[in-house]
Design a protein around this ligand. Structure first.
Ligand code: MSP
Length: 704
C-alpha cells in the first residue's frame, strides 16, 4: 500500500496558538486530504512540544505545574483544531502528539542510546561529555553565538535575543555534546544527492551554505539542577535531554520507534520517512540537526523538509504578542468560515515566501473569490437548473438538428473546447499543488470559474429559456457549467472540504469528493437526470463594515490593536520588489479630497480604452503582469501592471481596460512599460480592481 506521512512542527505548549500555528496545520491538512483523495494511506501528525525551561517558566508565572500548563494549552489546541475541522473527527490529524506521552519517553531514550553507542563518519564517539559555556535563549530553546544576540547597552547586563528581544541566560555547566562537526560532509552529500531534501530551492542554498561554513558540536543536555522538566538522559539521570533533541524525535516515536505498542497503533515501518512541513524559522533544526541525529542513530532520513514563509501583519511587521498584532484563533473562528480562512492562507501566501495577513484582506478575498466567484457561479448554475430544467441535470448534448440554432445563439457547439480548458486546468492545478505552489494551483482553478462565468454570460441562458427551440442549447450550457463545478468540487476538496462537500450535495451527487481521485475525473461523467439538491449560498458574503467594527471594538476593549489603522504607522515594510507601475487612488484619497484641480490639469492625462491581447507573468516576480494592450494604434502597447497577485493572466485576457496612454515609458525588470492600467485600490494592501466598462466601447476611445 502506498503511504504518506506528513508532519507539522510540534508547538510549544507555553502559550496559546495563533494564526502562524494554524497555518502549518492547514497546509499539512490540505496535503493529507489530497493524498487520501488519491487513494494513498496517509498519516498526519501535529502536536505539542511540552518540555524545557521555557514551559517551566510559563507554568510558574501562571501558578501552575508544568503538566497543568501544558494540559491547559493542549485543551485549547484541541478545541481550536476541532473548531477549524483539523482534528481526527473531521478527517484531519491522525495523531495529536504530546511529548509528555510515556511512549515518547521510551522511544527517545532508545534513540539516545543508539546515538550514544554510535561512531561518527570520522570514527569518533557521536556523543561525549564536556563543559558548556555560553548564552541560551529560553523561548528559542537555543544557544546563541555572538552574531545571534544583541550586546547589552550596560556592561554586566546579559545580551538579548535578536528574535525575542528578551535577556539570554548565562550557561556554564557540564553537558553532553553531539559531535555535529563530524557530520558536515555527510550532510552536504545529502543535499547534493537529494536536491529535493530541502525545499524550496532558496532554503536549500541557505542550509548548504550554513553547513559548508562549518558546524559546531551541539550541547544536547542540561544538568537536571538547571532544567528538571524534561526527559532524563539514559544512564545519567543528573542530566535532562536538550528539548530540541527530544522534540525532533517525536516524529518517529509518534509512529512507534522504540515502542512496540505504538508501532502496532500507527506503524513506524509503514509510514516512515515523513515529509516535514516547517516555518523557515526552524529550518536549521530540521534540515541540519535532525538528519545528523538520524544518521548517527542509523535511522532512515526524512523524505523532505519543506519550509514556508512567515505571516506578517498588513504593514509587513512580524507578528508578535508584544506588538499586539497577532491574529488570534478565537477571532478568526468567531467571524470567518473555516474554508475561507483555508482558502485565504493558501491563495494569499506564495508558498516559501512571507505573506501578509489582515482581516480586511481576508474579508475582501472571501467576498470576491468565494462569494462572488465560485459561490455565485454555483448558485447561478444550480438556480437555473432548478428553474429551467426541473431541478435535474440536463443533457450536455446538442442534437444535430439544433446545432445551427445553438451557433446562432453564440454557443460553442463543440463541447470539447470547454472540456479541454477544464482538463488543462486540472493538469496545472495538480502540478502546482504537488510543488507546494498552492497559490498558483488555486489560480488555475479560478481560471475555470472565470471561463465558465464568461460562457454563461455570453450564452445568456435566461434568453435561451424564452425560446422552446433552444431548450437543448440551454441544457448544454448548464450541463457544462455543472460538470465544471463537479470537477472544481473534487480539485478543491483538500483546500475547502466543507464547501466542496456542500457543492457536491447541491449537484445531487452521493458520497463525497473526499475519495474521488482528481486524476481520474472524466468529462461527461455527471449523469443527465441527476436530481440536484436544495440551492444555498456556499459562501455567504461577509459584511466588512460590521465585522471590522466589531473586531476593532473588541480589540480596543482588550487593549490589542488588530488592524492596520490601529497599528503604529511608519513601521518597516518589506518591499520585495520595486513598486509596480500602477498607482491607484487610495480609499483615503477618495474620502478626503482636500484640493481641486482645473479641468486643464485633468485634460493632460490621456486615458484610453484598451483591450488586453496577451498577458503573462514576469519571471521571478509575483506582482507583475506583462500585457499587450490594443488601444487602437497600429501596434499594441506593452504594459506592466502590479496586479499579478490578484489577476491570473487568463483572467485579464480579452478584458477592456483603461490605460493612461501618455505616461512617460519606464523600464521594470528589463521590460519597458508603455502606459499604466487604471485600477481601484482598496483594503490594507491596496488590492487592485481593474476599471472596466459594462457596455461595448471601441479600443482607443478616449475617456474625458
Ligand atoms: N516547538 C518548536 C518546534 C519543534 S518541532 C520538532 C517550535 N514551536 S513554535 O510554537 O514556536 O512553533 C513554530 C512553528 O509555528 C513555525 O515553524 C511555524 O510552523 C509556525 N509559526 C509560528 N509563527 C508563525 C508565523 N507568524 N507565520 C507562519 N508560521 C509561523 O518552534
Amino acid at each position: 500500500m502506498n503511504t504518506f506521512y506528513v508532519t507539522t512542527p510540534i508547538y510549544y505548549a507555553n502559550s496559546l496558538p495563533h494564526l502562524g500555528h494554524l497555518y502549518t496545520m492547514i497546509v499539512a491538512d490540505t496535503i493529507a486530504r489530497a493524498k487520501k483523495q488519491r487513494g494513498i494511506e496517509r498519516y498526519f501528525l501535529t502536536g505539542t512540544d511540552e518540555h524545557g525551561i521555557n514551559i517551566e517558566r510559563a507554568a510558574e508565572k501562571a501558578g501552575r505545574t508544568p503538566k497543568e500548563q501544558t494540559d491547559y494549552v493542549v485543551s485549547y489546541f484541541k478545541k481550536m483544531t476541532a473548531e477549524f475541522g483539523l482534528d481526527t473527527a473531521h478527517g484531519g490529524y491522525d495523531i495529536f502528539m504530546r511529548t509528555t506521552e510515556p511512549f515518547h519517553y521510551q522511544g527517545v531514550s532508545e534513540f539516545w542510546r543508539r546515538i550514544a553507542n554510535a561512531k561518527t563518519p570520522k570514527g569518533n564517539d557521536a556523543i561525549y561529555k564536556g563543559h558548556y559555556e555560553g548564552w541560551f535563549c529560553a523561548p528559542c530553546a537555543e544557544y546563541k553565538t555572538e552574531d545571534e544576540y544583541q550586546k547589552p547597552k550596560n556592561p554586566g547586563d546579559p545580551p538579548t535575543c535578536l528574535i525575542h528581544d528578551t535577556p539570554l541566560d548565562r550557561v556554564s555547566e557540564e553537558s553532553y555534546f553531539f559531535r555535529l562537526s563530524d557530520y558536515d560532509q555527510a550532510l552536504l552529500a545529502l543535499y547534493e544527492t537529494q536536491p529535493e531534501f530541502v525545499r524550496p530551492e532558496s532554503r536549500r542554498n541557505e542550509v548548504m551554505s550554513f553547513v559548508a561554513g562549518g558546524l559546531q558540536d551541539l550541547s544536547v543536555s542540561r544538568p537536571r539542577a538547571s532544567v528538571s522538566w524534561g526527559i532524563p538522559v539514559p544512564n545519567d539521570p543528573t542530566h535532562t535531554m536538550y528539548v530540541w533533541f527530544e522534540a525532533l524525535t517525536n516524529y518517529i516515536t509518534a509512529i512507534g520507534f522504540g515502542n512496540e505498542e505504538r508501532e502496532k497503533v500507527a506503524g513506524f515501518e509503514k509510514y516512515w520517512p515523513a515529509l516535514h512541513l516547517v516555518g523557515k524559522d526552524i529550518l536549521r533544526f530540521h534540515a541540519v540537526y535532525w538528519p545528523a541525529f538520524l544518521l548517527a542513530a542509523g535511522v532512515e532520513l526524512p523524505r523532505a523538509v519543506v519550509a514556508h514563509g512567515m505571516w506578517l501583519d498588513p504593514n509587513g511587521r512580524k507578528m508578535s504578542k508584544t506588538l499586539g498584532n497577532t491574529i488570534e484563533l478565537d477571532v478568526l473562528d468567531r467571524y470567518f468560515p473555516t474554508d475561507g480562512i483555508r482558502y485565504f492562507c493558501l491563495r494569499e501566501m506564495v508558498f516559501g515566501q512571507d505573506g501578509r495577513f489582515g482581516y480586511e484582506s481576508l474579508i475582501d478575498r472571501t467576498n470576491s473569490d468565494l462569494a462572488s466567484g465560485l459561490g455565485n457561479l454555483s448558485s447561478r448554475t444550480l438556480t437555473m437548473i432548478a428553474r429551467y430544467c426541473e431541478g435535474q441535470i440536463p443533457s450536455g448534448q446538442i442534437p444535430e438538428d439544433k446545432l445551427l440554432l445553438a451557433k446562432r445563439a453564440g454557443v460553442d457547439t463543440d463541447e470539447t473546447t470547454v472540456a479541454g480548458f477544464v482538463e488543462n486546468a486540472r493538469v496545472l492545478f495538480l502540478q502546482q499543488f504537488d510543488l507546494f505552489a498552492f497559490s498558483r494551483a488555486l489560480e488555475a482553478a479560478w481560471a475555470v470559474v472565470a471561463r465558465i462565468d464568461k460562457m454563461i454570460t455570453d450564452a445568456k441562458p435566461w434568453d435561451l429559456a424564452k425560446d422552446e427551440t433552444q431548450k437543448q442549447t440551454l441544457g448544454a450550457v448548464l450541463y457544462r457549467s455543472a460538470e465544471a463545478l463537479r470537477w472544481l468540487a473534487v480539485l478543491l476538496f483538500p483546500v475547502m472540504p466543507a464547501a466542496s462537500n456542500e457543492l457536491w450535495r447541491q449537484l445531487g451527487l452521493s458520497a463525497s469528493p473526499a475519495t474521488v481521485d482528481p486524476a481520474g475525473l472524466k468529462w461527461g461523467e455527471l449523469k443527465e437526470g441527476t436530481a440536484t439538491g436544495e440551492v444555498k449560498p456556499i459562501f455567504p458574503r461577509l459584511d466588512k463594515t460590521k465585522i471590522m467594527s466589531e473586531i476593532n471594538e473588541s480589540a480596543k476593549a482588550s487593549g490589542v490593536h488588530a488592524t492596520e489603522a490601529d497599528a503604529v504607522s511608519g513601521a518597516a515594510t518589506q518591499a520585495a520588489e520595486p513598486p509596480p507601475p500602477m498607482t491607484h487612488a487610495t480609499e483615503a484619497d477618495a474620502v478626503g479630497v482636500t484640493s481641486f484641480i482645473e479641468i486643464g490639469d485633468f485634460a493632460k492625462v490621456e486615458l484610453r480604452v484598451g483591450e488586453v491581447l496577451s498577458a503573462e507573468r514576469v519571471p521571478k516576480s509575483d506582482k507583475l503582469l506583462l500585457m499587450k494592450i490594443d488601444i487602437g494604434e497600429p501596434t499594441p502597447r506593452q504594459v506592466l501592471a502590479g496586479i499579478a497577485e490578484y489577476y491570473a493572466p487568463e483572467k485579464v485576457l480579452g478584458r477592456k481596460v483603461v490605460l493612461v496612454a501618455n505616461l512617460k515609458p519606464r523600464k521594470l525588470r528589463g521590460f519597458e512599460s508603455q502606459g499604466m492600467v487604471v485600477a481601484a485600490s482598496f483594503g490594507e494592501e491596496g488590492r487592485p480592481v481593474l476599471a472596466t466598462f459594462t457596455e461595448d466601447v471601441p479600443n482607443g476611445a478616449r475617456l474625458k
